[in-house]
Design a protein around this ligand. Structure first.
Ligand code: MF3
Ligand code: CO
Ligand code: CO
Length: 275
């Protein structure tokens, strides 16, 4: 659909209007509510196929549309990425290294949901744990979440996208973990993926300058080992090359006059998992 309102910066980034924040807020809240509702189901023995079926139903129940079903041939209402899966894990498919899609005790999983509400996109993901999660996995989740929140803290007019990446990278590497380079955040609004690419690493002061009215995601993927990834033969599932664990959190945000609004805050305060 052709976008007609607002303007586009020299970097190709759309500047939305004050009234557009309400649309993003609603879409973001629907996506976050759905991630809240799935919390109670995540436990050893559940399958990723069951979790996706539940999510699909929750999307429909709210009168929203899944942005991922039909996107580049993808057929699911969520991506579910366990342990060494970095992103784009396919629900209902065999978990890499296993013979089924059954979640096991100690697994950590990212669930990523994108919905369309009144034409606006809400995109968010967070981590869940099943059963007793090992301390190093808890720490990976903590560092990834804190990396995202530090990135968000750098969002205000006059700062740059490089400032966001720098804040995330500095925190992650101080914890002796690594930032994935092969996937990034993205502009969104009335489209799923738009300029800019939001890198989760970088130099302070580099990149495009943030302006009020920009809408984008920040969604760092953090690895316990090396940052390299590879995509499996299913053409979607991205895993760490070294086989070590990975975690991710994602919020959709809008730049305000003084900072930013997080559109995808959890209504139940469940964004960071109780492990
Ligand atoms: N929600 C993902 C993102 O954060 C994109 C998933 S596309 C899919 O950008 F097709 F894999 F679902
Ligand atoms: Co995204
Ligand atoms: Co997402």
């Amino acid at each position: 659909m052709e976008e007609t309102r607002g303007r586009v910066t020299r970097d190709g980034i759309r500047i939305y209007e004050d009234a557009d924040f309400a649309g993003m807020r609603l879409a973001g809240q629907v996506a976050a509510e759905i991630l809240d509702s799935v919390s109670a189901l995540v436990r050893p023995g559940v399958t990723t196929g069951e979790l996706d079926d539940f999510i699909r139903t929750e999307v429909e129940r709210r009168g929203a549309v899944s942005a991922t079903i039909g996107y580049k041939g993808y057929q699911h209402a969520s991506c579910i990425s366990l342990n060494q899966v970095v992103c784009h894990g396919i629900p209902g498919s065999k978990i890499p290294g296993r013979s089924s899609d059954v979640v096991q005790d100690g697994d950590i999983l990212n669930i990523d949901v994108t919905v369309i509400v009144d034409g606006w996109f809400g995109d968010t993901s967070r981590m869940y744990g099943a059963g007793a999660v090992k301390p190093w996995r808890k720490r990976l989740i903590e560092v990834t979440h804190e990396g995202l929140m530090r990135g968000i803290a750098a969002v205000k007019p006059g700062n740059t996208f490089g400032d966001i990446g720098h804040a995330i990278q500095t925190h992650v590497e101080a914890a002796r973990m690594s930032v994935v380079r092969d996937f990034c955040g993205h502009g969104l609004g009335r489209v799923f993926h738009a300029p800019p690419n939001v890198l989760h690493y970088g130099r302070a002061g580099s990149g495009a300058v943030l302006e009020e009215g920009m809408f984008f995601t920040i969604e760092p993927m953090v690895n316990l080992g090396r940052p390299e990834t590879k995509v499996l033969k299913d053409d979607w599932t991205a895993v760490t090359r070294d086989g070590r664990d990975s975690a991710q959190f994602e919020h959709s945000v809008g730049v305000t006059a003084t900072g930013c609004e997080i559109f995808t805050l959890s209504p139940g305060g469940l964004f960071f998992p109780a492990l």
